[in-house]
Design a binder for this molecule. Structure first.
Ligand SMILES: *Cc1c(COP(=O)(O)O)cnc(C)c1O
Length: 357
């Protein structure tokens, strides 16, 4: 993973959320803040809003479509900025270079969750990321059969500033007074996450999952190219369908994130996108019921095509207004397009949409 991302070292752990927990555990003290894009995977929004608050780690939200909101969110207590390269689920492409400049001015590391893009489509370190995070559960494993997470140290951040990042810059009593950034230099962050966070908090990856994920990584470039090519064809086909109101996929030439996609993910915009049905809530429920090749699953990044209607499932507890803000309005359907033959994928959507007309 370090080689794929162009970093100096990597640490595999039990899940994507474990990777996020260890990254922040290495950087934060109770009462500290971090700035995060509000266009994130729903599970990360929950983790930051609730569980992290119990540790005294306070999130301040910013809007990736308005870079100045990141600048405004930074305070003297800010210890990191967190974004997704390609944001789940709406096909938002984040301007990594612009936000990395904000992070450099603030003197804090930029953490990029690169799960949806994978290092085949986007390499955030080349655009200024200091730490890259993945849920290995998705495209890197690639078969929906194992959980894991990883953090990659870019080796680019200077941890030496007195008092800012004490885990890295102060003597460690349990290691005979060793100062990690002095001993380990440009891979000190990965070492600190391993010898302090992973050791003490314990979210180790299981050997079987590590084996399955390494096997998955061998086919990453083949799968990601096919996922992206299939998703672009499916998105274009849906955009022309009479039952479809809109499609949000950065790979489509008219999409509002298309220019950023061309810059950051030139080989393709990935597998995941959302679209809206003119028939609203009931049409969404019916489509999920009527597909045959697509599996009804909240996961993404499987070789097989997956579909979900968030308003009636993952986002059911929210009010209608909250659903719309979260990109899970009543009409929204999310696909994670698989690597099957594109003609079969489109034929399945075609027959299922026809039943709803
Ligand atoms: C799934 C996911 C996570 C969390 O990963 P787990 O392995 O399920 O803990 C984090 N970020 C993104 C973008 C994800 O899709």
């Amino acid at each position: 993973m370090a080689a794929l991302e162009g970093g100096t070292a990597a640490l595999a752990v039990a899940s994507g959320h474990a990777a996020q927990m260890l990254a922040f555990h290495t950087l934060m003290k109770p009462g500290d803040e971090f700035v995060a894009s509000k266009k994130l995977y729903g599970g990360s929004i929950n983790q930051f809003n609730h569980s992290f608050k119990n540790f005294g780690w306070n999130v301040v939200w910013a809007d990736p479509d308005d870079i100045s909101s990141f600048e405004q969110a930074v305070s003297p207590r800010t210890k990191a900025i967190f974004i997704e390269s390609l944001a789940n689920p709406g096909g938002v492409v984040t301007d990594i270079e612009a936000i990395s400049k904000v992070a450099k001015r603030a003197g804090v590391p930029l953490i990029v969750d690169n799960t949806l893009a994978s290092p085949y489509l986007c390499r955030p370190i080349e655009h200024g990321a200091d730490i890259v995070i993945h849920s290995l559960t998705k495209f890197l494993g690639g078969h929906g059969n194992s959980m894991g997470g990883v953090l990659v140290d870019a080796g680019s951040f200077d941890w030496s500033r007195e008092g800012r990042y004490p885990m890295l810059s102060e003597p460690r009593p349990e290691y005979g007074g060793m100062v990690l950034h002095e001993t380990f230099g440009n891979f000190a962050f990965a070492i600190a996450a391993r010898v302090l966070g992973l050791r003490d908090l314990g979210p180790a990856i299981s050997p079987m999952n590590a084996f399955l994920i390494l096997t998955g990584i061998e086919t990453l470039p083949l799968r990601m190219q096919r996922h992206s090519d299939n998703a672009l064809k499916a998105a274009s086909w849906l955009a022309d369908h009479e039952a479809v109101a809109w499609v949000s996929y950065a790979g489509l030439p008219g999409d509002r994130h298309h220019q950023l996609q061309q810059k950051y993910l030139p080989k393709g915009a990935g597998a995941v996108f959302t679209f809206g049905l003119k028939g609203g809530y009931d049409a969404g429920v019916a489509l999920v019921k009527n597909v045959e090749l697509f599996s009804h699953l909240a996961n993404i990044g499987d070789t097989r095509s997956l579909i979900i209607h968030p308003a009636s499932t993952t986002h059911r507890q929210l009010t209608d207004a909250q659903k719309v803000v979260a990109g899970a309005g009543p009409d929204v359907v999310r696909l994670s397009v698989g690597i099957e033959d594109i003609d079969d994928i489109i034929a399945d959507l075609d027959q299922a949409l026809a039943k709803g007309l």
